[in-house]
Design a protein around this ligand. Sequence first.
Ligand code: CTP
Ligand SMILES: C[C@](O)(CO)[C@H](O)COP(=O)(O)O
Length: 245
Amino acid sequence: MTTLAILTAAGSGTRLGREIPKAFVPVGGVPMIALAARGLADSGAVDAVVVTSPPGRAADMVAALGALPIPVEVVDGGSTRQASVAAGLRRADASTDVVLVHDAARPLAPPALVARVVAAVRSGHPAVVPGLPVTDTIKRVAPDAGAPAPPGDDTTPVVERVVDTLDRTVLRAVQTPQGFDRELLQRAHAEGAARAAAEHLAATDDAGLVEALGVPVHLVRGDSAALKITTPYDLAVAELLLEGR
Ligand SMILES: Nc1ccn([C@@H]2O[C@H](COP(=O)(O)OP(=O)(O)OP(=O)(O)O)[C@@H](O)[C@H]2O)c(=O)n1
Ligand SMILES: C[C@](O)(CO)[C@H](O)COP(=O)(O)O
């Protein structure tokens, strides 16, 4: 039985603000997608990768990926991250028992983290996420608050009413790769797709779809190097991390 990794790379990277899709943006001179795929391959725990690409950009994605020691397939992604994962999941067959879902936006996720998640699934946990303790105080704002100003926009006078302070000792910042029993993830996506269509609300991570089934999700120690490159600041941090390797 094999481990298939779905590498989500079909996003546009709006918050990063580049002219090209985020997966093609270089970090330390290497396309983000290539770094992410290498981290999966170097773990020794992944047998094949399916990359979700911006529609129509498969050739560019193959070129950006470069040569890898494990089989890689590129498929068109969807309009949401959830839809993209579903597209990748359709490539998983009965020979796959474990599926990882990993963001190309987390290109520096260490191979040891990938192996840790796979090992936890193979030890009997059907759904596993990596997470880190929260170091900021987290507050909930009033639901009627407007969307926060975009990063770098200091002109919009955004004042949101705080409702309460969450106990951060029981909070975790969850990352990827997330690991799952294949059949469980397929069931979670099948049921989640109907809900997303009805509520126009896609899940922000795959573990959320599994939680909606009432199936326990387990957390393993994450890694700060698995930061998600969302904004230009994150990209600058990632460049520095890569220099320090
Ligand atoms: N329709 C989508 C949207 C996102 N992703 C992928 O999901 C990961 C996490 O999404 P995010 O960091 O939000 O990427 P973008 O959606 O590209 O960023 P933005 O929201 O700023 O546009 C990324 O690797 C992205 O390529 C995807 O495969 N398909
Ligand atoms: C899946 C994820 O990386 C877990 O933290 C995160 O939810 C992705 O969020 P994004 O807004 O799609 O980048």
